[in-house]
Design a protein around this ligand. Sequence first.
Ligand code: URA
Length: 434
Amino acid sequence: MRAVDIIIKKRDKVELSREEINFFIQGYTQGEIPDYQASALAMAILLNGMTAGETTDLTLAMAHSGEILDLEGVVPIAVDKHSTGGVGDKTSLVVAPTVAACGLPVGKMSGRGLGFSGGTLDKLESIPGFRCDLSTDEFIQQLRSIGIVLTGQSMDLAPADGKLYSLRDVTGTVQSIPLIASSIMSKKIAAGAKAILLDVKVGVGAFMTNLEDARKLAELMVEIGKMADRRTVAMLSDMNQPLGQAVGNALELVEALDTLKGGGPQDFREHCMVACGYLLALGCVAKDETQGRKLAEAALEDGRSYERFRALVQAQGGDVRYVDEPQLLPTATIVNRIPAPRKGYLKEINACEAGETAVLLGGGRAQKGDQIDYAVGVVVHHKVGDLVQAGEPLFTIYANDQRKARLAKQKMLAAHRWSDEAVDRLPLYYGVIR
Ligand code: URA
């Protein structure tokens, strides 16, 4: 077999066989197939697509390009959740401890924020001492002992995906639905998941900006899950406005803690409860998502979810005083509460601009490895559809630099768009695929 023949086949819109895909991925992982040939194949896939069967073969080839975490005997059923990324998306901070509190262990490897979308690890690292670099042994041991782990992907999981993703980033081949689906699913499978909940975000603050593409991606990932013998459900959720109110690392952590203590914004709490319902059903702790949701609500209300989060922080070296007294978390020196410039109905709070505002303030990364400021960000005080009076608080900027605070104010004012007529609220979901 020759790499060039596989590229030519895909260029000519011919379906690749499992052997060809395995040959290419193995050769690429081992450095026998060079980057320029992998780029050519990625571009041919972007232009000509892949069938669900080919995409599943690619997913499994990438999953098996490194170690596969074996969680049999560690947990009854290994469940995982993946969000395609959004603004204000601190869901894992509430969902993982709640699901664990309901008796279903959750060991999750998360990512850092890049661009305007935040990452779970950065939010957790606002807690002094919190470690996100657990070894495989530590991961397994903690999963056994306290039933919850939230860490970074420190192990050599799906190395082919890591290599290919970096290449796609610089060759204009990120936006291919089969490549995105196989990239996400290969990492979940390599991390040992037997049941997967996918939270596919759609809107201006998401990777997929239109519902049609988001649905295609969700359907393809669910199909890969079925073919790879993983129970998989995908929710299609809104990412046109920020989820909850807070955007920024420590601010989001505070909001997640409020939610774990029974408060928090209604939309965020609802989103978390729905996700918990699906996960508990996928993990066979509940007979369906409705029962799962009831279990999750009970765990949130009686303090078990909060207690699991506290145990997580303690186990991973974080200082639990910051969980019990969130006012100790990093705080910004400048706090500007901005009033509404007019009366009207809010017709848009642009999630992308809100995410970019947090980055501008120093709360996100333009490039991998950039330092971030945990304290800064923005808190919105309204949602699309609200009737707001002139002068009422519209949003609050948390900054550590006067110039950036001024820019952030302008950007957030522009992110809010108004109507004199009543405006429908945005749905939280556009559907579920299973
Ligand atoms: N996230 C991933 O993990 N992979 C992609 O290709 C895109 C988003």
